[in-house]
Ligand binder design. Structure first.
Ligand SMILES: Nc1ncnc2c1ncn2[C@@H]1O[C@H](COP(=O)(O)OP(=O)(O)O)[C@@H](O)[C@H]1O
Ligand SMILES: [Mg+2]
Length: 234
């Protein structure tokens, strides 16, 4: 693999959902390569297949047909346990609805992914403190999610996604539930964290305004890739 290389390679990937007896073709023969260590953006209107695509990349769901390689690993070849383990080690998630654990503090939410990997208490403390600091939440570390603003919750989610140093961070419309100013600060923070940690980010949005930081743009419409990100931007 070269310096940057490929984080995600999809070949002819389709995904159908069954709605009663009707098949919905959410993704239609997608072929793409998403580069490593970049800020990649997937743009498409609501219903175009962004969440479906990210769920496949995150191994939360599986394709109806086609082949998916994540960080060089053909994920279809993994057992359930191996898939969970692969996900825990390599992939961090940031969601539209934050998906924090309500009974845990900000600190504990960030610590949580490390409890799923073998990390000593001391190393956990160092990593969590460093991440909480990096997202500017030191003073709020003991607050629970319902004691935080939307922007602060998303900061916790960013810290949680990055704390284990994953190869890949997936963010599904992370600013959709934030006002535009807060959304902007969250995008800036994600971009800063992406370059600082040299992580691969894949970020979905229906909002073209937020593409300033995008290094690669993939446009999806009706389950089809209409622009593979190679043109249009420099
Ligand atoms: N679990 C599901 N069951 C049936 N249809 C679904 C399911 N999830 C998504 N879809 C359909 O698949 C298409 C793509 O949805 P989605 O990936 O959520 O798009 P986006 O995230 O871009 O809004 C839509 O037509 C949606 O209605
Ligand atoms: Mg979606």
């Amino acid at each position: 693999m070269n310096e940057k290389g490929t984080a995600v390679r999809m070949t002819n990937v389709s995904k159908n959902y069954l709605m009663g007896k009707v098949a919905v073709e959410a993704l239609k023969a997608i072929t793409l390569e998403i580069p490593r260590k970049r800020f990649n953006v997937i743009i498409g209107p609501s219903g175009s297949g962004k969440t479906t695509l990210l769920n496949l990349i995150g191994c939360i769901d599986f394709p109806s047909s086609g082949r998916i390689e994540i960080c060089g690993q053909d994920v279809a070849g993994l057992s359930d346990n191996e898939t969970s383990d692969f996900r825990a080690r390599n992939i961090g998630f940031i969601f539209q609805n934050f998906n924090l654990i309500p009974v845990l503090s900000a600190y504990e939410n960030v610590e949580y992914p490390l409890l799923l990997t073998q990390t000593s208490a001391r190393e956990r403390r160092e990593k969590v403190q460093q991440m909480i600091d990096a997202v500017g939440l030191f003073d709020h570390r003991h607050h629970r999610p319902n004691e935080l603003s939307g922007g602060q919750r998303q900061r916790v989610a960013i810290a949680r996604a990055l704390v284990k140093g994953p190869e890949l961070v997936l963010a599904d419309e992370p600013t959709a539930n934030l006002d535009s100013k807060t959304g902007r600060s969250i995008i800036d923070l994600m971009h800063e964290m992406q370059s600082k940690n040299n992580t691969t980010f894949i970020f979905s949005s229906h909002d073209k305004q937020i593409m300033d930081h995008a290094e690669e743009v993939f446009v999806i419409q009706d389950g089809q890739l209409v622009d593979n990100g190679r043109e249009g931007r420099s």
